[in-house]
Design a protein around this ligand. Structure first.
Ligand code: GSH
Length: 206
């Protein structure tokens, strides 16, 4: 029998993997260790993820880190509609996952930190403003693609949508009337039952 153990507090990137585990209806153990817990920076945790960060997962003894790679692996291993159907779909899913991590994640994070998370005295409005400016172009790209296609890969919801929507989580709180296709797609992805469960797990009132 397969054993799956996920590590990381829900209110962290770990919720991306909780969403995927719930999409696939997998049974798993969970160690909700916090990202600022000192224990994360030492064995036995660093034996599993030498970065000392969450999330990471252990499936049948194999440790894996990087939230988006974990989701692609879970989809590949446990299959179903959300997985790539062939090498071409897998390539496109990887393309979108890497795109989200490199083109959107940092700026969206900076916007959220400097508008919501940091103590008010530490927030820098100019950083938030620049971050918002920076994400306009990549999100316009996404909006353009979603104007022509309901989903990113293969005309159905896949781990590609899940990974990009998960990275764009903070954009749920952004008013973007000029990006209607992106907003509709984001709301649709995040209203999936598994996505709502993942949000509730991190304390969102949804
Ligand atoms: N690219 C990694 C980022 C992992 C990451 O930075 N995790 C944060 C929590 S969301 C963390 O553990 N931070 C603690 C630290 O950097 O010491 C992923 O997507 O899994």
């Amino acid at each position: 029998m397969t054993t799956i153990k996920l590590y990381g507090v829900e209110a962290s990137r770990t919720f991306r993997n909780i969403w995927m585990l719930k999409e696939l209806r997998l049974v798993y153990e969970h160690d909700p260790i916090a990202y600022n817990d000192k224990a994360l920076k030492a064995p036995p945790y660093t034996d599993l993820n030498p970065n000392g960060r969450v999330p990471f997962i252990v499936v049948d003894g194999m440790p894996l880190f990087e939230s988006l790679a974990i989701n692609q692996y879970l989809a590949d291993k446990f299959g179903g509609e959300v997985a790539a159907a062939n090498a071409e779909e897998r390539a496109q899913i990887t393309q979108w996952s890497l795109w989200a991590a490199t083109s959107v994640e940092t700026d969206l994070g900076n916007w959220a930190y400097h508008t919501m998370f940091l103590p008010e005295a530490e927030r820098k409005p100019e950083v938030a403003k620049q971050a918002l400016e920076n994400i306009k172009a990549p999100l316009a790209v996404l909006d353009g693609v979603l104007a022509k296609h309901e989903y990113l890969v293969g005309n159905r919801f896949t781990v590609g949508d899940l990974n990009v929507a998960a990275v764009c989580y903070r954009a749920l709180g952004l008013d973007m009337p000029d990006k209607p296709h992106f907003k509709t797609w984001l709301a649709k992805c995040w209203s999936r039952p598994a996505a709502l469960e993942a949000r509730r797990a991190r304390g969102d009132k949804v």
